[in-house]
Design a protein around this ligand. Structure first.
Ligand code: ADP
Ligand code: MG
Length: 456
């Protein structure tokens, strides 16, 4: 076999024949037509040549010692990397060639020697054209498939974003509605307590002054158990106050969280945001039942206000914290965390004059190397159906990397724990709509519900 010496865009042809004069004739003529030609004098050499560099077409003599044309054809058909190369059989007139067998073996065409060179050329052109069209089609199919994949991702992100905005607005609305009645209940409890104390004092005063009770009064006192009511009233009011304060803090947290439910650029106090999310996750951090209380360590650095898409950013923090809690539950399900409590460490720091880093670390189940590669893929989840959509990290990645020009990375050791690190620019340079069109906030879809709806 010799390497072709002319580089051609017509195509690369391998001529296989045990007769050197046939090869010489064909290669001179084909080179003349602008083809790059390689030559093999035996079937074995042909297979080596094809495997080292697949040609666009093979002219294959049927009758050869050792490996004949059928066998070469069969070997090439068996290999997926060579099965698509068109093969034209060359056969001498006296040969008894089985055409049907040739086509069944995978030949694309055949010519009979002695041949007219023009005829060979036409057949070659046809085969090479078909081959090129097939290649193009394959290429287009691949492009199409990846476009479809992109489209699916974009759609998933869109659906999730819509849901987030919708949910944010709902939460903002509901918490606004709850806020007023809760405020007056909470404001009035103080008065109720005062009035109750006054009334009790008054009753006591009456009792001192007029110790002689009429029978009806005596009966009423007995029926209502005045002594018990007097002492219990105090307790009731206290627990009502605790309850109302709890509602107030949840409503406040909801309002901070969904503050501005829309996709608007805002300045937020990162620590206030984290604290309110922890309030919202209170029931998961302090579960009754068989999971243990999760200890949260907050190590907050000195950080100025962060300019970001507040509701998206909050959603990312909520995703990361929820995932950490999930991982701590799985760890407990698997019998880990026996000698140490489930814990989450939240650390914030300023990594440069204009960058901030938030780390959320847990001592949960951890993530294997293999799964770490797929964490940010859409719909990747290890949770049972119905529990996880597998969109949390995918969306978080889009929000941090694409919307805020930041980074979201993960470090994890299986059975030891995981750490997710968000890093974003502090100022406006971070929160952008996309390359180049950065600084304009998107249109607020619901102008009514923005600034006057601030918490507190
Ligand atoms: N802190 C973590 N510890 C262990 N595994 C995690 C952690 N965060 C995410 N994962 C893994 O990444 C997967 C994808 O997370 P996510 O995109 O939020 O989707 P989901 O929570 O709906 O499964 C989870 O199912 C889990 O396997
Ligand atoms: Mg999640």
């Amino acid at each position: 076999m010799t390497q072709a010496n002319s580089n051609s865009d017509q195509g690369d042809i391998l001529v296989v024949d045990d007769q050197p004069e046939n090869i010489r004739f064909l290669s001179v003529m084909l080179a003349d037509q602008g083809y790059a030609v390689r030559k093999s004098l035996s079937g074995q050499m042909a297979l080596t040549a094809v495997r080292s560099l697949p040609p666009d077409l093979i002219l294959l003599d049927v009758n050869m010692p050792d490996l004949d044309g059928y066998q070469v054809c069969q070997a090439l058909q068996a290999d997926p990397t060579t099965r698509d190369i068109p093969i034209i059989f060359l056969t001498a007139q006296g040969d008894t060639m089985d055409k049907v067998k040739a086509f069944q073996m995978g030949a694309s065409d055949y010519v009979t020697k002695p041949f007219q060179f023009e005829e060979v050329l036409v057949r070659i052109r046809h085969q090479i054209t078909i081959r090129q069209l097939q290649k193009q089609l394959k290429q287009q199919n691949t492009t199409l498939a990846s476009t479809l994949e992109e489209l699916k991702k974009a759609q998933a992100a869109l659906v999730q974003r819509e849901k987030m905005i919708g949910l944010g607005q709902l939460v903002a609305g509901v918490s606004h509605e709850i806020n007023n009645p809760v405020s007056f209940i909470s404001g009035n409890i103080g008065h109720v307590r005062q009035y109750a104390e006054d009334l009790i004092k008054l009753v006591q005063l009456y009792h001192q002054r007029y110790p002689e009770e009429t029978p009806e009064i005596k009966q009423a006192i007995q029926e209502m158990d005045l002594e018990f009511v007097t002492s219990d009233l105090q307790d009731l009011l206290e627990s009502m106050e605790t309850g109302v304060n709890r509602i107030r803090s949840v409503v406040l947290a909801l309002r901070i969280f969904s503050r501005l439910g829309e996709s608007e650029i805002k300045e937020i106090d990162l620590h206030e945001a984290l604290n309110s999310i922890l309030v919202l996750l209170h029931h998961r951090l302090n579960p009754g039942g068989h999971y243990r209380i999760i200890t949260v360590h907050r190590d907050y650095g000195e950080i100025p206000l962060l300019t970001c898409y507040a509701s998206y950013f909050n959603q990312v923090l909520l995703n990361l914290l929820s995932n950490a809690i999930d991982a701590l539950e799985v760890a407990q399900d698997q019998g880990l965390l026996v000698s140490e409590p489930p814990q989450i460490w939240i650390t914030t720091s300023r990594t440069a004059s204009d960058r901030v880093q938030i780390s959320i670390r847990d001592n949960g189940i951890g993530i294997s190397e293999a799964l770490q590669q797929r964490l940010f893929d859409p719909f990747f989840t290890t949770k049972p159906p119905g529990q996880g959509l597998g969109l949390g990290l995918f969306n978080s990645y889009q929000v941090i990397v694409e919307r805020h020009n930041g980074s979201l990375t993960c470090r994890s050791t299986p059975r030891v724990g995981s750490e997710f690190i968000v890093e974003v620019p502090l100022g406006r340079s971070g929160a952008t709509v996309g390359q180049g069109q950065g600084l304009n906030p998107p249109v607020n879809p619901d102008p009514k519900s923005s600034d006057q709806d601030q918490a507190q």
